[in-house]
Design a protein around this ligand. Sequence first.
Ligand code: 3PY
Ligand code: MG
Length: 212
Amino acid sequence: IDNEHGIMNQETIFDMIRAAQCQRTPAIVRCTNSTPDMMHKVLDMGAEGILVPVINTAEDAREVIKSALYPPEGERGIAYFTRAASYGMIDDKAGFLKKANEEVFISIQLETGAAIENLDEILEVEGIDMFFIGPNDLAASLGLPNPHPEMTKIIKETIQKIIAKGKTVGIFVTDDEAAKKYIELGAKFILTSITQYMTTGVREYLIKSKNN
Ligand code: 3PY
Ligand code: MG
């Protein structure tokens, strides 16, 4: 549920989380930024996880962990009346906090030259479940077009480094070829946007209708 670039208010995000879960699909919300209030809100709504953009340093990554976990591991504010806490219908409060910390899916986006430079330290941060590469921002940050052979090399090396640390990689793709390529390289989480499939279809349709 993309609330970095998607246009949604909190109620819409809440509905989308519930709709996903009705289909037994875990809901992961891409936050607008790394401010704690955004993460707290969507986790209180009952999202299974968060994806946090533009993480540049190990310190940034640690801040995300702090926001996503309840004490003692983190600083997530506690409320037992939220949807995440079954609206107060829990008896074992300590057990609830522990389980929430164990189960929350925490992922961060590596999408700047700084993140690539600091990758080794970022990968040392305990508790990040997935390291997601954002090729568009990364290319812009490095002053490169995308696609570009240098981008391909950097992305491949980044994927290899993440996997060598025993961690999980995710990446954004715009077509099935790229998805296949990154899955072969070891990516386990593929993010895409439906809009481009619609616009590609519309373009093909317009070309065909012009030719007829
Ligand atoms: C990027 O490519 O920068 C992304 O964040 C993809 O979602
Ligand atoms: Mg991005």
